[in-house]
Write a protein that binds this ligand. Structure first.
Ligand SMILES: [Zn+2]
Ligand SMILES: [Zn+2]
Length: 347
C-alpha cells in the first residue's frame, strides 16, 4: 500500500509498505478515506520526536472504514465508518479510568504515527479499537470529522477547559495556527467577552476575526504583550492560552495574565522556558499543562453534527494520497501558501 514515511531528520517519502494486519484481539484495521497533516508531524520530520523512528508511517488523524477487527472488538465491525482518535487507549488502566487516556498505562497514548505506523496511508492498524475509534453519525461531513481527531479536542481540553474560560472573561490566544483557531472556536462555547488572537501572520489574524476573535495583535515587532495590556486597560487577561510552544510565546502569556488568571499551555515545547515567579508569586495565577485526552470527542461530535461548531472552516487545501508529498510542501510553507489544515483523500 502507499504510505507517507519518515526517513530520518529532514527526509520523507511516499513509499510502498505492507498492508497492516490484526496483531492483537483488540485491534482493528481501518481503510483510510481522509487524513491530514499536523504541526506535530513537522516536529517529527525535524527530528524532534525520538520515539518516531526511521521508516515510521506518519499521521495521527483521519476517518475511514473498518476493514477487519480482532476477536475481542465489540463496538465496531467491518464496514463501519469511523473517526480515529489521535490518542489510543485501553480504557481499563488506572489513568484511562480517570479519563486521562493520553497517559494510558497499557501502551496507549499518542502512539499513532509516532511509536506505531500512522494514518497517512491506505490502511492503518488501530490498537484498542473499542476505545480509540468513534462511530461517524450518518450524514456527517467527513472532512469536518477529520478536525475532531486532534485539533478540536486539543484546543478545547488543553486550552479552553484547562484555562477555565468563563462567561465574560477576556481570553488571549497566543498563536493563530490550526490549534490556536481550534481554541478560538471552542472557547466560544463559554461566552467570553473578549478573545484576542496574537500571531505574526496577517492572513491568519484575518481568519481569526472571521472565526470570532474580537481583537487581533500582530506580534511582528515583538510588542504583543504591551499591546494586549493597552487593549485591556492595563488589567491583562483572565485566560492566556499558549498555542505555539516557544519560550517567547510563553513569555507573552506570563506578561499578560491578570491577577487570579490562568495560563493554559497547549504548545509542544522543545526547549526550557523561564517561569517568572519573581513577578507571579503573589498573583494567584494557575498554570496548566496537558496532552489531549480526547475525552471530549463524543461531545464535540454532537456539536459538529448539530452545526453549533463548523470546523470545516479550518480546511484550506485538498490533495490525494498520491499528492501527499505536495501536501507536506504546502503545509510546511503555511504562511506563503495561506494554509491551515490540508485534507489528504484516498478514495
Ligand atoms: Zn496532531
Ligand atoms: Zn489505559
Amino acid at each position: 500500500m502507499k504510505a507517507l514515511v519518515y526517513r530520518g531528520p529532514g527526509r520523507r517519502a511516499l513509499d510502498d509498505k505492507p498492508k497492516p494486519t490484526i496483531r492483537a484481539a483488540t485491534d482493528a484495521v481501518v481503510r483510510m478515506t481522509k487524513t491530514t497533516i499536523c504541526g506535530t508531524d513537522l516536529h517529527i520530520l525535524k527530528g524532534d520526536v525520538p520515539s518516531a523512528g526511521d521508516g515510521r508511517i506518519l499521521g495521527h488523524e483521519g476517518v475511514g472504514v473498518v476493514e477487519s477487527v480482532g476477536s475481542s472488538v465489540t463496538n465496531f465491525r467491518a464496514g463501519d465508518k469511523v473517526l480515529i482518535s489521535c490518542i489510543s487507549s485501553c480504557g481499563k488502566c488506572t489513568n484511562c479510568r480517570k479519563g486521562m487516556y493520553s497517559h494510558c498505562e497499557n501502551g496507549g497514548g499518542w502512539i499513532l504515527g509516532n511509536r506505531i505506523d500512522g494514518t497517512q496511508a491506505e490502511y492503518v492498524r488501530i490498537p484498542f479499537a473499542d476505545n480509540s475509534l468513534y462511530p461517524i453519525p450518518a450524514g456527517a461531513d467527513e472532512e469536518a470529522m477529520v478536525m475532531l481527531s486532534d485539533i478540536l479536542p486539543t484546543g478545547l481540553e488543553c486550552g479552553v477547559l484547562n484555562g477555565r474560560v468563563e462567561p465574560g472573561d477576556t481570553v488571549a490566544i497566543v498563536g493563530g495556527g490550526p490549534i490556536g483557531l481550534a481554541a478560538l472556536l471552542t472557547a466560544q462555547f463559554y461566552s467570553p467577552a473578549e478573545i484576542v488572537v496574537i500571531d505574526v501572520d496577517d492572513n491568519r489574524l484575518e481568519v481569526a476575526r472571521t472565526f470570532g476573535a474580537t481583537g487581533v495583535v500582530n506580534n511582528g515587532d515583538g510588542k504583543a504583550a504591551d499591546k494586549v495590556m493597552a487593549m485591556t486597560g492595563n488589567r491583562g487577561v483572565d485566560v492566556a492560552i499558549e498555542a505555539i510552544g516557544m519560550p517567547a510565546s510563553f513569555d507573552i502569556c506570563q506578561a499578560i495574565v491578570t491577577a487570579g488568571g490562568r495560563i493554559a499551555n497547549i504548545g509542544v515545547h522543545g526547549r526550557p522556558v523561564t517561569l517568572n515567579l519573581d513577578k507571579l508569586w503573589d498573583r494567584n495565577i494557575t498554570l496548566t499543562t496537558r496532552l489531549v485526552d480526547t475525552s471530549t470527542t463524543p461531545m464535540l461530535l454532537k456539536t459538529v453534527a448539530s452545526g453549533k461548531l463548523e470546523p470545516k472552516q479550518l480546511i484550506t487545501h485538498r490533495f490525494t494520497l498520491n499528492e501527499a508529498m505536495e501536501a507536506y510542501d504546502t503545509f510546511s510553507n503555511a504562511m506563503t501558501e495561506r494554509a491551515l489544515k490540508v485534507i489528504i483523500s484516498n478514495e
